[in-house]
Design a protein around this ligand. Structure first.
Ligand code: CA
Length: 405
């Protein structure tokens, strides 16, 4: 594999030739098109195909990444190989360089059309902390937790691209210790740092997708912020799961990092005891050594390690389809809040402040229990890539706006 691109500034940027993530972008006055991040540029895939430099199959000028995601692993791999050739070999520079757009000139859009969206709950540390807070006199984990990856179905229509302002939701809130709910803006707005994967190739109804078929269906990974109104959530989620406390907004990062780029980041996941049922067993290690960082107003608030997740992505996909539910192109599955064993590795304010009991010192003279209007939350992540490189998953960011009166 070529390890250096002729694109200046790409090596060491996290968006080198080992990464090549896909997204959607537009330039002023132009229709959206598929792009690939390389260094501080976007490679215009529609322009590249119009120039006959890459096999198109009518994917790249379709106005959506979904057509390419549906094309399947053979096409993904062939395109990736061709991109490595075009961006790695100086000989191609004169013909390819005109299709590089500086990031500063590109508006990054939601990278794909979300079909369905489900959110798991796969960090043992997160689930245990939540259990300790809300069920202090019983086992922190409920009996099903180590038997299957627990999840809820979210709302695809409110999955937003990075940078979308987050309007503070209103709803029926019940403060801790309070008895009567009241209606008003959430007083306990939170983020959840997560990693999601998106399906490219559909699966037929009635047939589950085994863990071994993960690469046949999944196109790549994004960062996810599952914004959460804790005071709404704690009242509405009994006995069913979260509804309005989550459905107002979920933010995703602009670049879909291909599964192939993250192969070098695969690590052994935590030991699973009891051993899961056969349909949840995995022949390959599918922990991912992603290093997340959460910033509030530019101050590092947490560094959650994704490698600590108990349930892996192929297990989540196998579980989501084991009842015969079909996959569609654009289905998004998020991991659940990523929390490590240490306090500074917790992936949401609920845990970082222990439900508001211990305010978090942001290091700039300010403290937070939950998010305030005007706060900006940014989640970013890096992973080890091929040949000693670093793969960036980019970042997902959002600023909280007040509830309209
Ligand atoms: Ca979540």
């Amino acid at each position: 594999m070529t390890t250096v691109s002729w694109v200046e500034g790409s090596e060491g940027s996290g968006f080198g030739i080992e990464n090549l993530p896909y997204g959607m972008f537009s330039r002023r006055g132009e229709l959206p098109r598929v792009g690939v991040a390389i260094g501080h540029h976007v490679l215009d895939m529609a322009g590249l195909s119009a120039a006959g430099l890459i096999d198109d199959r009518r994917c790249f000028a379709s106005g959506s990444l979904n057509a390419f995601m549906a094309a399947g692993p053979a096409t993904w791999q062939a395109t990736r190989s061709r991109l490595i050739e075009l961006l790695g070999d100086d000989w191609h520079r004169p013909s390819v360089e005109p299709h590089l757009v500086p990031l500063a000139e590109a508006e990054l859009l939601r990278p794909f059309e979300v079909a369905d969206y489900a959110d798991f709950y796969s960090s043992e540390h997160h689930a245990s902390n939540v259990g300790r807070m809300f069920r202090p006199n019983s086992d922190p984990l409920l009996p099903n937790w180590k038997r299957l990856p627990v999840a809820y179905h979210g709302r695809a229509g409110t999955v937003y691209p990075t940078g979308t302002p987050i309007v503070r939701p209103a709803g029926q809130r019940r403060p801790p210790g309070g008895h009567e709910p009241s209606y008003g803006p959430s007083l306990r707005l939170d983020f959840e740092a997560e990693v999601g994967f998106v399906v490219g190739v559909p699966s037929p109804a009635g047939r589950g997708v085994p863990t071994s078929a993960f690469r046949d269906h999944v196109f790549g990974f994004v960062l996810v912020n599952d914004w959460s109104a804790r005071d709404v959530q704690s009242f509405e989620s009994q006995p069913l799961g979260p509804f309005l406390s989550k459905s107002f907004a979920t933010s995703i990062s602009p670049w879909v990092v291909p599964v192939a780029a993250l192969e070098p980041a695969r690590v052994l996941p935590p030991v699973q005891e009891p051993e899961p049922l056969p349909y949840l067993r995995c022949d390959e290690p599918w922990g991912l050594d992603l290093h997340l960082e959460v910033l509030i107003n530019g101050q590092v608030a947490s560094r959650p390690p994704f490698s600590s997740m108990y349930w892996t992505s192929p297990q989540q996909l196998a579980h989501a389809t084991v009842n015969g539910a079909p996959l569609r192109t654009g289905d998004l599955f998020a991991s659940g809040t990523v929390s490590g064993p240490e306090r500074e590795q917790r992936g949401c304010l609920l845990e970082l402040t222990w439900n508001g009991r211990d305010p978090l010192d942001l290091g700039d003279g300010t403290k937070r229990t939950f998010l305030e209007d005007g706060d900006t939350v940014t989640i970013r992540a890096k992973a080890p890539g091929a040949a000693g490189s670093v793969i960036s998953l980019g970042e997902v960011t959002g600023t909280v706006l007040p509830t309209p009166i």
